[in-house]
Design a protein around this ligand. Structure first.
Ligand SMILES: NC(=O)C1=CN([C@@H]2O[C@H](COP(=O)(O)OP(=O)(O)OC[C@H]3O[C@@H](n4cnc5c(N)ncnc54)[C@H](O)[C@@H]3O)[C@@H](O)[C@H]2O)C=CC1
Ligand SMILES: O=C(O)CCC(=O)C(=O)O
Length: 524
């Protein structure tokens, strides 16, 4: 498919005076083949108006049609074939194999949400029958969730497919019955155009209203700002920097009618090396740690940016093996020049801390935009002395914290900011002391893992990809997994409504096959 560089406003391709080019980070040069349209305020307003017009027609379609639409998007993405993989790889510097895996994850995610739509439990059906004989009489109450309205989604730079145009936020919003206006990430506009064309074909084939999806691109901040400020937008999904997420939260809160922003922002994802596990398999843990840290050039929000252990010969040996493994790591192409520069600055700030020592560095860069891996260390007692130790350094960089004892380790953990994940490397002999860490981990993170590595989020029903601030703006929810649909619905109670005015799913006896709570009892 030939790229045109156009925006997609409600299924129509639209050009614009403002143009920008995609960038090939591996070559350190712009991609010359096509110039991409930047959206004007009018384009953003038109996309939002179309989303509003599509809201009722889309959200009232039968659930099986909504599910078929999500499945059609997955099919159309797969039908894009190698052109999608080539373009996304070129625009992100990520290897084709990684992009191919991400494409599979994206399609499976859409299909999982299609099943979730069918399943219907997200409607949270509840019926409390009336009791006119009670004093005072008890009314008839029925509850279900309804979609919130048009959703603005910001594509992530680090996952051009799974967290972008048809990624988790889009899939969960569409599954909830909400039209989506997508702000594509300027790092991969060609990839966004290919995916938007696949969505447009799915819209046409399944007879959805055209305003159910629009794509607006743009280099500056004005596109995102106008989008979040638009009164027709009712919620925001975002994955990116803390500064970006916080800026959008401020805009959303300052609106005459504020709206929720679900921003996934920054994390350093602590890994705890319990003493028995460290003794038994320190070398293997050190190698696996560096592999997790280096995955995707360290550009995962789940990257293990912090590892904590008890100081002693076992931790020294771990540090040495990690240092040796990291020293051999080739520098990897990063996503954008901006992200590469932020990585260099982040490492410089860490190295400048008087408490921090650089343990090892990866191989020197051999081309443009290549990030050089780095491992640092700091004593537990000094960790909290400088806030720079707490900041996410997005790239292959991590800090090893040498704690005097488990008490100090627990104290460091309890003072961390909110995190997406915490990982515990644990053997049976550690269980008792590990149990004492659980309450602090539960208070701090969205996902606790044992004997694994945090990078690579499984898309399932029981996943939480979230966590207390600033990992996300709202720790009560998740951006990955089927629970993500709950961000885009809200409950409505119907009191004493005549049957003819009730939504069909709340009429008497109409809940067959859908999880419901009737007079307090769960039924299926
Ligand atoms: N923890 C995580 O999941 C991730 C963190 N990052 C961090 O973000 C840094 C920059 O990477 P980007 O992906 O470009 O993130 P970013 O936050 O700068 O941009 C993400 C999106 O938000 C928009 N945006 C940002 N600030 C805005 C503002 N003030 N007003 C309106 N729109 C705004 C951008 O136009 C873009 O579409 C990285 O160096 C890294 O530190 C990036 C990706 C994922
Ligand atoms: O670890 C993953 O699979 C993806 C998480 C991530 O990097 C993100 O949410 O931006």
């Amino acid at each position: 498919m030939t790229l045109t560089g156009d925006l997609f406003i409600a299924g129509e391709r639209r050009s614009s005076e403002q143009r920008f080019r995609a960038y090939d980070p591996a070559k350190g040069a712009e991609i010359e083949d096509v110039a991409f349209a930047g959206a004007s305020e009018q384009d953003v307003a038109d996309a939002c108006a179309a989303a509003e017009a599509a809201f009722l027609p889309y959200s009232t379609k039968p659930l099986e049609e909504r599910a078929a639409f999500l499945e059609a998007i997955a099919d159309e993405i797969e039908a894009l074939g190698d052109a999608l993989v080539e373009r996304a790889s070129r625009e992100s510097g990520l290897p084709a194999a990684r992009i191919t895996g991400e494409r599979g994850r994206t399609a499976n995610q859409l299909r999982l949400f299609a099943k979730e739509v069918h399943d219907g439990a997200w409607q949270k059906l509840r019926i409390d029958h009336a009791d006119p004989a009670r004093t005072p009489p008890k009314p008839d109450l029925r509850l279900r969730t309804v979609p919130v309205g048009p959703v603005a989604v910001f594509g992530a730079s680090n996952f051009p497919l799974a967290f972008s145009t048809a990624g988790g936020d889009t899939a969960s919003a569409l599954a909830a019955g909400c039209p989506v206006v997508m702000k594509g990430h300027s790092a991969h506009p060609g990839t966004a155009e290919l995916i938007a064309s696949a969505i447009a074909r799915a819209v046409e084939k399944t007879g959805m209203p055209s305003g159910v999806f629009s794509l607006v691109n743009g280099m500056g901040r004005h596109v995102g700002q106008s989008l979040v400020a638009d009164p027709r937008i009712q919620a925001v999904g975002f994955t990116g920097s803390r500064a970006g997420g916080e800026a959008l939260m401020k805009i959303a809160a300052a609106r005459p009618r504020p709206i929720p922003v679900y921003a996934e922002m920054s994390a350093i994802n602590p890994v705890i090396l319990m003493p028995e596990a460290l003794k038994a398999r320190g070398d293997a843990l050190a190698k696996a740690y560096v592999a997790s840290m280096a995955m995707g050039a360290g550009q995962f929000c789940t990257n293990p940016g912090l590892v904590l252990g008890i100081a002693g010969p076992e931790l020294d040996a771990f540090s040495q093996v990690a240092a040796e493994t990291l020293t051999g790591q080739a520098a990897q192409v990063m996503l954008t020049e901006g992200i590469y520069k932020a990585f260099e600055e982040g490492k410089e700030k860490l190295a400048a801390s008087p408490y921090v020592e650089k343990v090892a560095e990866g191989a020197e860069p051999a081309g443009p935009t290549q990030g050089r891996a780095a491992l640092f260390t700091v004593a537990g007692k000094d960790f909290l002395a400088d806030p720079v130790h707490l900041h996410e350094v997005f790239g292959v960089s991590s800090v090893l914290v040498r704690c005097a004892d488990l008490e100090e380790l627990k104290s460091v953990l309890s003072q961390l900011e909110g995190q997406l994940t915490a990982t515990i490397q644990v053997d049976e002999g550690d269980y008792e002391s590990a149990r004492a860490l659980m309450p602090v981990l539960e208070q701090t993170v969205g996902r606790i893992l044992a004997n694994g590595w945090p990078t690579g989020v499984e898309v399932t029903h029981a996943m939480v990809h979230g966590g207390p601030y600033p990992a996300t703006s709202d720790g009560r929810t998740t951006s990955v997994g089927t629970l993500a649909i709950e961000r885009f619905v809200r409950p409505v109670a119907y009191q004493d409504l005549p049957e003819a005015l009730l939504p069909p799913v709340l009429r008497e006896g109409a809940q067959d096959g859908v999880l419901a709570r009737i007079d307090g009892a769960w039924t299926l």
